[in-house]
Ligand binder design. Sequence first.
Ligand code: MSP
Length: 529
Amino acid sequence: MKNFYITTPIYYASGRLHIGSACTTCFCDSYARYKKQLGYDTRFLTGMDEHGQKVEIKAEEKGISPQEYVDILAERAKKLWKYLECREDYFVRTTDQNHIEQIQKVFEMMQENGDIYLGNYEGWYCVSCETFFTATEVGAEHVCPSCGKKVSIVSEESYFFRLSKYAKPLLDYIDSHPLFIQPESRKNEVISFIKQGLEDLSISRSSFSWGIPIKANPKHVVYVWLDALFNYLTSLGFLEDDKSLYDKYWLEGEVVHVVAKDILRFHAIFWPAFLMSINVPVNFTLFAHGWYLMMGDKMSKSKGNVIYPETLVKRYGLDSFRYYILRELPFSDDTVCTPEDYISRYNNDLVNDFGNLVSRTFSMADKYFQGHVEKEETDNPYLLDLKKTALETISLYHDYMKEFKVNKALQEINKLVSRTNKVIDETLPWTLFKEGQTKELKAVIYYLLEAIRIESVLYVPYLIETAPIIFAHLNTTKEEENLINLSFSNKNEYNVVKLEGPLFPRENDPDKAKEEIIKDMEYELSLGA
Ligand code: MSP
């Protein structure tokens, strides 16, 4: 069996997670489900980035210890992922004892390999992003180029990592592994950044203590990004006695790190350089997507434009949320997300197109054949075209998935759904029934059912509640729900049970719904969650 390992960034322990964070987690969960459908042994990792000055400050503001603060946030994050049915195999926390011990070892390994030296750091630091910036990057205004907050000058003794030494090995690696960074546009960004020259990286801090102490000099704590990036390996126990997970998923598996463009450089430059430094193979693919924008800006609590998954799930169900978030995935460009968009996608794609198709077809199967529909060959050009489209869709779907274009993959399923709906208008089953053309009618219904089965198998990673309902009403076997050999006409007969109600209830008043969603956003904001 082939192994597959997919990871989200570990989110900062700094507040409530919104649909931006949920986008990466849902993506990884759905992608893992897709790989499972293909027979892979998968491991899906998410977790929390719990160290750093920001956490220390926030905990102090709340009058609790940093550990108490991160414990609360980690529990909340786990609860949210459970609510969204994102089933991580492991939730890593950078305050886990085994993580801490392995990070301390990593530091020593880098030191032994001559990649770390003690020096003095003076530069601009953004506490919010836990990142140092150059004078040019912060500009005359002294603001963080990433989050826009004020940065401050930090001057302190610091350990440095010889990042400059890795510029050439990194460029060589990128050159010889064309699929290492995806999409291509992000890869080009990384290349040009490295070509501008890499400075050595400050990897310790001594002005605060909420971090992993460096054993040989405990007044220093490890820089959060060094600490955080290694979560992908410490959670596999790569420096522990039992290395079975590391062997299985890192050395012998396909590894995909999914991040958004904001943390591309950390993953495309620091992370591989760190790995090279301790002689661990850079055995991963990096997929960096764009951002979800709300009202024209990156979602952020301080900007007051945050939308939380719960608001949308409560109104339109979990499937609509997972569907929307991936159908609109900001693949390379950013996606502007608005409540009205969400509602119209829900009403159009799920209620009108897919939900309706399934309800109508199941009702016809029930009405015309009491649910029992045997396979029927046909030379009806519309039905043959439907079959052809379905087969093409399966193949295109896999092509897009290979490139992480889940949004395009979903669009292909939508196109097939539209084609299937069109067949009903083209073949007019009710007329065939009236005219007593049973054989032809049976072929139509059989073809519609086959198309719905295929669409549902493809939708398994996204419509996680609806696909099983459809399978139950189609009475399909596990084999017939299998993606690996998915093909048209590989089911001999159907015994369909019609649906009791709609799969997706229509939103009849989009204007009112939009207002309510916005009110909800304002209310959540007022809570300061
Ligand atoms: N703690 C670091 C990551 C360390 S990984 C070794 C961090 N945390 S974060 O909480 O800021 O999460 C950033 C990630 O959240 C992004 O890379 C992206 O995956 C996700 N997103 C947060 N807001 C987002 C949008 N508005 N749109 C899309 N993704 C977003 O960085």
